[in-house]
Design a protein around this ligand. Structure first.
Ligand code: 13P
Length: 338
């Protein structure tokens, strides 16, 4: 398959990406919230339960894994990447080493992980990965994000993407403008515009073939502490407008992060965006919390109750699959709840 074909498979209409690539530190926080011990056995159990659910085949085009997970063998027989491929989804891998303090700027980060990346990519390819993820993080405040943070993160994202394409995999380019703060939706629009512009500038300098990439952006949304909440219609209109103005048309797929929105909010907003999508971009989800929060709760109640865990996951995957076609509705959520 060409990189363009892989990207389109990951974001195929009605499907999206499951971001199950929480680092050991991040999954520790998720497990703490449900009183589950953060040990390898439990991490494997939770993840293989999701990857073996019936929703995989119909609604999941790709799964992003963490280094530990891509090397694991399931207790069901196949390795984790084999289990994912068996259900028709593409296995992927988070390759960044996290957001680290940016020297010269207080309170901002630059994402690290370029050292030895070429060698690591070869190993991940051999383990079955066909796409990768790198997440840059931008904070909004009176003085942030700084030009320094916008430029250094875009440069790293572009060097990462070029190496990934050299290794014959699709890079997911994830510049996440955080929801934290009291800023309004227009501030988010303006910052996201600057961030996307600089990213595509650097991707061009580094000769990245945009046909073989997927963008993973934030939606255009007000800060979590902003009193002025926007409607889903406004979020959709501003998000699509920002993407049309700042993302080159060659990019085949755009898969949003949920970024702290609730499960229902992230489905509803994605649905509104697809209702008015008049572009050629395949617009879908690449959710972590937006797909896993309910399943995680069920896992916390009883780790062995595969049926309930999968039921919760199947529902969210189906809802987001519908949102990727603009066919989700509040009634479907109510029916399921009842
Ligand atoms: P959330 O959907 O929970 O924001 O996670 C997506 C992700 O992969 C962040 O890098």
């Amino acid at each position: 398959m060409t990189l363009n074909e892989i990207a389109k498979k990951m974001c195929a209409k009605g499907k999206g990406i499951l971001a199950a690539d929480e680092s050991t530190g991040t999954i520790a926080k998720r497990f703490k919230s449900i009183n589950v011990e953060n040990i390898e056995k439990n991490r494997l159990n939770f993840r293989q339960t999701l990857f073996n659910s019936s929703a995989m085949k119909d609604f999941i085009g790709g799964v992003i894994l963490f280094d530990e997970t891509i090397r694991q063998k399931t207790t069901l027989g196949p390795s984790i990447p084999e289990l994912i491929s068996k259900h028709g989804a593409v296995p992927g891998i988070k390759v960044d080493k996290g957001a680290k303090p940016l020297a010269g700027s207080s309170d901002e980060t630059v994402t690290e992980g370029l050292d030895s990346l070429r060698e690591r990519l070869k190993e991940y390819y051999d383990l079955g990965a066909r796409f990768t993820k790198w997440r840059a993080v931008y904070k909004i405040s009176n003085k942030f994000p700084s030009v320094q943070s916008i430029k250094s993160n875009a440069h790293a994202l572009a060097r990462y993407a070029a190496l990934v394409q050299e290794a014959k995999m699709v890079p997911i380019v994830e510049p996440e403008v955080l929801m934290d703060g009291s800023h309004n939706i227009d501030k988010c629009y303006q910052v996201t515009t600057n961030v996307l512009n600089e990213c595509y500038n650097e991707l061009e300098i580094h000769k990245v073939d945009l046909n073989g990439t997927v963008l993973k952006p934030n939606m255009i949304i007000s800060g979590s502490e902003c009193k002025d909440k926007s409607s889903a219609e406004e979020i959709a209109k501003k998000t699509l407008d920002c993407l049309k103005k700042n993302v080159p048309a060659e990019v085949p797929g755009i898969a949003f992060l949920s970024g702290g929105q609730s499960e229902i909010e992230s489905s509803k907003n994605l649905n509104e965006i697809n209702k008015i999508n008049d572009t050629n971009f395949l617009i879908t989800f690449s959710y972590g919390r937006g797909l896993q929060a309910s399943a995680l709760k069920e896992f916390g109640k009883n780790q062995e109750n595969t049926e309930n865990i999968q039921k919760a996951f199947n529902h969210r995957a189906k809802m987001n699959g519908l949102s990727s076609k603009g066919e989700w509705s509040e009634e479907l959520e109510k029916e399921f709840a009842a």
